[in-house]
Design a protein around this ligand. Structure first.
Ligand SMILES: [Zn+2]
Length: 484
């Protein structure tokens, strides 16, 4: 049997970062809040109310489209998607169907070996979220269901890709790249644990390299990168096995059961006509003025992938460090503020302090970057002092600790803690003379050409100077004393 390949496309729902819902003034901060504490007659579908479109949500949606290289339509239409389910109080969802606001973009997957592979974006549309059914109260299972409408009416964009993904790993990598892009562009916080980024996948298999389109399963409920990877791997095995056994894949909707580690049949896949889509008579067509789009385009930040390339090139950072520093926009901004106007060597030292000291503390305290009291310019100052021989890397760590605890200026911390290295030749030479006298054996070894003795002698100088001698100067002076 020839090799089988996976063919997958994704539908990603991202919650737009707005204070209020898509069509009413209710707050969007309902995650973890008491059930039904963020609701009103509009988002609970009471008779006689009218939706009022949230302009901030529209701007965020346009930002998503432009960041993904999509075309934004001058006019698009809101449609009603009709279906009955208790989490949908109006019995229809306001979405977009035949005329979405955006189509035809792409996002490049960065490949491990370098280079990139484009994944095409078919369309992006705006829609409102539904409520949430609760089947338990705390740890107690209920014999009935409760409904929390805090999520009903939350603004979402649905981003639909072409079936360009060829493995579970690629699908997960795509969602990670998309999340990064949406966060950079300020479209969505994309906190998957809070349901701010959710994913469905359309999955089929076929002989590798062929262009046949086999029946596909739509897998729902992929709410983490791990779920995407595991569910697609499982579905690939299931469909491959079916074909190998002479069976047939049926078009259906399947649910990912993370606990059981398998996809399970949920229902035959609906067709669009099942939803009886029609234009929403309560909402005017959505307009996208050219000036607004131009302004949003101009305000978009440098994309993360481009920033990685620039960090490697301009600051000489290895790819791993460039990736770490650009994973979040605010961290990349912090690093650039620290490295601004400094040599490439000092930029590397700054990258090192950010990657080790700063991130370690933020992670340990589970704190956002905004909680850091050490200003980027002061971290840059520390990096400059390391490169200038004023601070040892150990001294830089001590100074960093002080600045982390109480903020303030790097130069003050170094002075108060008496951390500056001694590079004064006369002073270091005195320590070197003393060290050579105290360690006659090591001195003799070095004189006989045993380079290993050098380390012991430098160590002796550091000990004599209570760690303050500049080890570079000390090393040079020890070597020179044997050339004379
Ligand atoms: Zn409301």
């Amino acid at each position: 049997m020839s090799a089988i390949e996976l063919v997958a496309g994704l539908e990603v729902h991202a919650q737009l970062s707005t204070r209020t819902k898509l069509f009413c003034p209710c707050a969007t901060d309902g995650f973890g809040a008491p059930p039904n504490s963020r609701i009103c007659p509009i988002c609970t579908g009471q008779p006689g109310v009218l939706p009022a479109l949230n302009r901030a949500a529209v701007r965020a949606a346009f930002r998503a489209a432009l960041a993904l290289g999509c075309k934004v339509e001058p006019v698009s239409i809101f449609a009603r998607k009709n279906y009955f389910y208790p989490d949908l109080p109006k019995a229809y969802q306001i979405s977009q169907y035949e005329r979405p606001f955006s189509s035809g973009g792409r996002l490049d997957l960065e490949l491990e070996a370098g280079g990139a592979r484009p994944v095409r974006i078919r369309r992006i549309h705006l829609e409102e979220d539904a409520g949430k059914l609760l089947h338990a109260a705390g740890s107690r299972q209920l014999d009935h269901s409760l409904i929390d409408f805090n999520r009903a009416g939350i603004p979402l964009v649905e981003i639909v890709t072409e079936a360009d993904l060829r493995s579970a790993e690629e699908a997960a990598a795509f969602v990670a790249a998309l999340r990064e892009m949406l966060q950079y562009a300020g479209v969505s916080r994309c906190d998957m644990e809070k349901g701010e980024l959710r994913c469905d996948a359309n999955v089929s298999v076929r002989p590798a390299g062929s262009s046949v389109l086999n029946a596909r399963a739509e897998i729902k409920n992929l709410n983490s990168l791990r779920a995407i990877r595991d569910a697609l791997n499982h579905e690939f095995s299931r469909q491959s096995r079916l074909l190998a056994e002479g069976g047939r894949v049926v078009q259906e909707t399947r649910l990912w059961n993370a606990e059981a580690g398998r996809t399970e049949s949920m229902r035959a896949k609906e067709e669009a006509h099942d939803y009886r889509y029609f234009p929403d008579p309560d909402l005017r067509p959505l307009e996208a003025p050219a000036e607004l789009l131009a302004r949003i385009q101009a305000e978009l930040p440098e994309p993360p992938a481009a920033r990685r390339v620039r960090f490697s090139r301009d600051y000489g950072l290895p790819p791993r460090d460039a990736r770490l520093l650009t994973a979040r926009k605010e961290l990349a901004d912090y690093f650039e503020a620290a490295a601004r106007g400094r040599s490439s060597e000092a930029a590397k030292a700054a990258a090192n302090l950010v990657a080790t000291e700063l991130l370690a503390r933020l992670n340990a305290q589970d704190a956002p970057l905004s909680a850091a009291r050490i200003a980027p310019a002061e971290l840059g100052e520390l990096a400059g002092m390391v490169c200038g021989g004023i601070l040892s890397s150990k001294g830089a760590k001590a100074a960093f600790s002080a600045l982390w605890d109480r903020g303030g200026r790097a130069s003050d911390a170094v002075r108060e803690l008496d951390l500056a290295q001694v590079s004064d030749e006369a002073q270091v030479a005195a320590w070197v003379r003393q060290a050579l006298a105290d360690n006659a054996r090591a001195a003799a070894d070095l004189a006989a050409g045993h380079e290993r003795a050098l380390g012991a002698l430098v160590g002796a100088v550091m000990k004599l100077s209570a760690g303050k001698a500049n080890p570079v100067v000390a090393t040079r002076l020890i070597k020179e004393s044997f050339k004379a």
